[in-house]
Every structure is written in structure tokens, then in C-alpha cells.
Design a binder for this molecule. Sequence first.
Ligand code: DC
Length: 234
Amino acid sequence: MGKVIAIDGPGGAGKSTVSRIVGERLGFLHVDSGALYRIVTWQCLERGVDTGDPAAIAKAAEEISIEARPEAGRVAFFVDGEAPGDRIRTPQIDENASKVAREKPVRDKVTAMLRSLAALGDIVVEGRDITTAVFPDSPARFYLTASAEARAERRRRQEAGKGIAGRTREEVKAALAARDAMDSSRKYAPLRKADGAVEIDSSDLTLEETVEALLAALPAEYGAARAAGGRTGA
Ligand code: DC
């Protein structure tokens, strides 16, 4: 089994970007666990499943087959041989993912899949329950957060960069707060800071400073000393 870096935190905290860079620096495969919940949501919607119907979600979750393959520094996921791409990044998926992700059969399926990925090598996995439920015994666990203002502004800029509907910061902030509330209050594996996880608040940190803070807090056996200051080679 490979080494695992586990990162949780609310939406817009920078988990994806930070995980990707940490993965690149250390040679760990990046795993976006949210993509798996998005894929299950997408497949539910494709099959006409009502996301308010737990039994229908459970049935769909059982039927969906997701394949995982290492590809260009990350673990890529496929459904029927196809990469989902931007089909899992729509506002409709955003709205429905929390409802699908709160169902136990969905969580069990995704959790089992995530655990199996450690056999592929060293991984950096980001999500909402990675430090608490999926890899609670990893010696490298982080809670990455930022103020609601900072997170909303980052998400708004990301959306603008992708040419997605021009929502205001207040609108993005309200949508993030609604999803955080659902992710934090659900019955199974809610988002919370794990006991013993290292908290990094990135509100006033640059991306580089956030990455460096995480690398600095890794146990020695993760080889982060060699990767620190990666871009400058210092
Ligand atoms: O991080 P994201 O926005 O791509 O996550 C999509 C949804 O999946 C979101 O509602 C949170 C949920 N999720 C989860 O419940 N557990 C995880 N480990 C990752 C994501």
C-alpha cells in the first residue's frame, strides 16, 4: 500500500488546487473524491432518478460501474470507458450532489473505491470525509479551510474563468453555505475537522504559502523536505 495524504475542508477552500500541486511536488497521484460523488449524481440524473428518493439512489449506486486508472499524475475515472469531463461540473450536479452524497450506499461504494486506490501507489486524496472516515489512520491528515468571503471570491473567479454564468460573490457565498450546511449536518460521515488533523486556514495565504504550510507539516517519511520550495528549486 502506498502512503496517503488526506485533505478535507469546505467548498472553495482550495483543496483541489493544493492537492494537485502537492501531488506533483511529491510524485503522489491526485485523487478528487468529490468527482466520484459527482459521477454517481450524474448517472442518477441520466437515469431519471429522483434525488429525493433514497431507495432509487441506492439502486442506481449499486448498478453504476466506475473504473479508475492512473493518468498524468492523477487517478482518472471512467464510466463505460468514457471520461465524464465537464458533464459532472454543471450547476445541476452542484445542486444535487449533496443529496446523493448523503446516502449510505453511495458513501459505502465511494469509500471502498477510494481505499482500493492506495494500492496504485502514493496518493493525495481530497474531500469531506477522507480524514475522518476513509483514511482516519493516515499520519498525514489536513483540514484546509478559509473564510466564507475568501472561498466565495475564489469560486466566483473560477466560474468566471470557465465562462460559467456570472454569479455575484453574494450568490456564490449563499450557494456554498447551503452545500456546506448539508455536507456538515448529514448523518453519515459529515464534514468536520478530524481530531489530530492539521488545520490550515488559507484566507490570508497565497497558494504557494498554503502548499508550503502543508509540506512543512508532513511526517519526515513523506519526503517533503526534498519538495519544499519546489518551483524555485530552493
Ligand atoms: O468537492 P466537490 O464539490 O466536487 O464535491 C461534490 C459533492 O460531494 C459535495 O456535495 C460534497 C460531496 N463529497 C462528500 O460528501 N465526500 C467527499 N469525500 C467528497 C465530496
